[in-house]
Ligand binder design. Structure first.
Ligand code: TRP
Ligand code: SF4
Length: 405
């Protein structure tokens, strides 16, 4: 049963708290969030429990990282008026849903998630043979499903986690989506759409169920999405009825792939704290200039008069991010003919990066001086997120028979 998330205007994404962010985070993730916050009902959160799966032995470092990261989100342009910003551990419904989902999740589904073995191999110095670490992707599934998000902005590496989320949601709906009087309720709900739409829905459903007409299925989904007078539970029920199964309690989300970022580190490798090749979002002008000036260049340019090849130079990768066509042509020609020196080549990059960072650094300084304002933003986000999460948990508890009325 391929159930679509009808609330497809909602997105949710999380970031593990890593402290102050750098240009790799900005170009790789934040710029995308900043754009999406205006297009979707956006929920962005600090995944502090996820950080605990790998940092359980030094859990006290997480707190400071949380606040530094939130300051950088705000500094970069995430707007609390446009997006709901919150802290995972302040919305305990994530944990409750995680626990409930764990009851129906086969161990083998978790063991075969590629990041499980990859990360264990990569972080050899840590003992990651824990229950919590195996459950990492299922906690992520709970993060997503608790908001019934339609889409999840993530990088390529996280796609298997969204895929797992879909499978878990499908299994949940299959097991718990069957109410005793489901058909009667669905038939009664159809009537709420009005005569014309009801007839249309019935015909489309028939075409899909009797002839497997997937276009009819699509049309019926669109019809349901456009029904503003139906309550969320009604719409869910009709989505489920459409496809023959039960009620869709937890809709299956889709990955919304983040465009791959070309932002290199100072040595040409991926920018990452562990490679010590970063420029932080709060880097001073002077430090930006020094770091860029110290960047290695094409080793064949020993003397100023030796021509070079941008393809062998990490500085060129930065031009790919920051320079327009004209400037790129200037680099290509100047480098290959030794018409420019490497410091000439670096100079416009220093200017571009400084110009990009200046407003962020100023805003970060402002928020750092107002910690209570940052706390207030997150408190408000926590409360708004909880409202949505509690609604979902209510439905989940009812579906599972855990209300004990
Ligand atoms: N696992 C994600 C990462 O490492 C972070 C994350 C946690 C997340 N929960 C999420 C991302 C929910 C998207 C949705 O980047
Ligand atoms: Fe690199 Fe520019 Fe020097 Fe060429 S001129 S080697 S691209 S820094």
């Amino acid at each position: 049963m391929d159930t679509v998330a009808y609330q497809s205007r909602r997105i949710v994404s999380g970031m593990r708290p890593t402290g102050q962010l750098h240009l790799g985070h900005y170009h790789g993730v934040l710029k995308n969030w900043i754009k999406l916050q205006h297009e979707f009902d956006s929920f962005f959160f600090v995944a502090d429990w996820h950080a605990l799966t790998t940092h359980y032995e030094n859990s006290h470092v997480i707190e400071e990282s949380v606040w530094e990261m939130v300051i950088d989100w705000l500094a970069a342009g995430i707007e609390p008026a446009s997006a709901t910003l919150f802290l995972q551990s302040r919305v305990p419904e994530h944990a409750e849903l995680h626990l409930l989902l764990s009851m129906i999740t086969p161990l083998s589904w978790l063991e075969r998630v590629p990041t499980y073995k990859d990360q264990q191999d990569k972080l050899k110095e840590k003992d990651l043979s824990t229950y919590g670490f195996l459950g990492y992707p299922l906690l992520q599934s709970a993060d997503i499903l608790v908001y019934r998000a339609g889409q999840v902005p993530v990088g390529e590496d996280q796609v298997p986690h969204v895929e797992l989320t879909r499978e878990v949601a499908r299994r949940f709906n299959h097991i718990y989506g069957r109410e005793a009087d489901f058909e009667d309720k669905a038939e009664a709900t159809i009537k709420k759409m009005g005569k014309k739409n009801a007839k249309h829905y019935i015909n489309l459903r028939k075409a899909y169920q009797e002839q497997g007409d997937t276009e009819a299925l699509q049309a019926a989904r669109e019809l349901l999405k456009s029904q503003q007078n139906l309550a969320a539970a009604d719409t869910e029920r009709l989505f489920g009825y459409l496809e023959g199964g039960g009620k869709v309690i937890l809709p299956e989300p889709n990955a919304l792939l983040t465009p791959a970022s070309k932002m290199p580190g100072l040595d040409g490798q991926k920018m990452s704290k562990s490679y010590n090749n970063t420029i932080s979002l709060r880097e001073s002008d002077q430090s930006v200039a020094e770091k860029i000036k110290r960047m290695p260049t094409d080793p064949s340019r020993v003397r100023r008069t030796d021509p070079g090849n941008p393809d062998r130079c990490p500085v060129w990768q930065l031009h790919e991010v920051y320079s327009d066509d004209e400037q790129k042509a200037w680099v290509q020609h100047g480098c290959r003919t030794a018409a420019i020196g490497c410091l000439d080549c670096k100079s416009p990059l220093i200017d571009s990066i400084i110009a990009e960072l200046k407003p962020m650094r100023d805003r970060a300084a402002m928020f750092s001086q107002q910690p209570e304002e940052v706390r207030r933003i997150i408190d408000e986000g926590n409360a708004a997120a909880r409202d949505v999460a509690q609604e979902t948990l209510n439905d989940v508890r009812i579906a599972m028979g855990l209300t004990y009325k």
